[in-house]
Design a protein around this ligand. Structure first.
Ligand code: GLP
Length: 243
């Protein structure tokens, strides 16, 4: 595990975008695993800027996103479908038919999850998976549990996650209580993993995730066992670690 400390969020975003850009340049038909949340927004801005400068070509890229709320229509501006189009896909020359997210509008969880597993298998797995980090150590929407979930599954979001995401919705009650998420096995099978973490409110969970014991109670801790992980943290997120 390589941990990079940046002075602030802007540097974090530039560094993360640089790693993704290198992947796209080296393998123009690669599969990118993408993430939502507020942390990767700056990274996507940098990628869009690189595309606008003519430095990146997304025409051969396939994407699979980590997760999606269950029950939100795609056109809802809090759906992850909307987020990805708004922050990245609509601004670059990606073929939208090769962008994939779990289908949050499918009410049958088993059907939605097995269809998404089939998509991930059919594209040949993930070359580079981008991840944010939840306050309870969740990655995607893999919440603390007694064991590491394997493939795509439906999760009940924890109260902590619902409260953290409440800022994007009109009220607590409006936050979806379930989501479909890629499993930990699928994330661990990605050939490279890139984690971005920003802010002092993540300092405690950064310490637990990357310097504490590996346990399904802190889902991100399993990344310590992945052979090719880069974690980019700003100084605030690393403020409780000796680095
Ligand atoms: C959500 C997403 C995660 C993300 C997390 C942290 O729960 N499902 O993929 O990592 O939020 O988000 P933020 O970057 O806004 O702190």
């Amino acid at each position: 595990m390589r941990i990079i400390k940046t002075k602030d969020y802007d540097e974090l975003s530039r560094r993360a975008a640089g790693i993704i850009a290198a992947q796209v340049i080296q393998k123009p038909d690669c599969v990118l695993g993408l993430a939502t949340g507020s942390t990767p927004i700056g990274t996507y801005k940098e990628l869009v800027a690189a595309y606008e400068r003519g430095d990146l070509d997304f025409s051969g890229i396939t994407t699979v996103n980590l997760d999606e709320y269950k029950g939100l229509p795609k056109e809802n501006d809090q759906s992850y479908y909307y987020f990805m189009n708004d922050n990245l896909f609509s601004h670059v020359n990606i073929d939208k038919s090769r962008t994939n997210l779990p289908d949050g509008t499918e009410p049958d969880s088993e059907k939605a999850c097995s269809a998404y597993n089939d998509i991930i298998h059919s594209v040949g797995g993930i070359d580079l998976q981008l991840l944010g980090l939840g306050h309870d150590g969740h990655i995607g929407f893999n919440e603390p549990a007694d064991s590491f979930p394997l493939e795509t599954h439906c999760v009940d979001l924890t109260d902590m996650t619902i409260r953290a995401n409440q800022r994007f919705f009109a009220s607590y009650d409006d936050v979806p209580k379930q989501a479909y998420t890629m499993g930990i096995k699928t994330i661990m099978q990605a050939r490279k993993v890139l984690v971005v973490v920003s802010g002092e409110d993540k300092a405690e969970i950064v310490k637990k995730s990357f310097f504490g014991p590996v346990t399904p109670q802190v889902p991100a801790s399993i990344l310590q066992l992945h052979p090719d992980v880069t974690v980019i943290c700003d100084a605030a997120a690393l403020s409780k670690c000796d680095m």
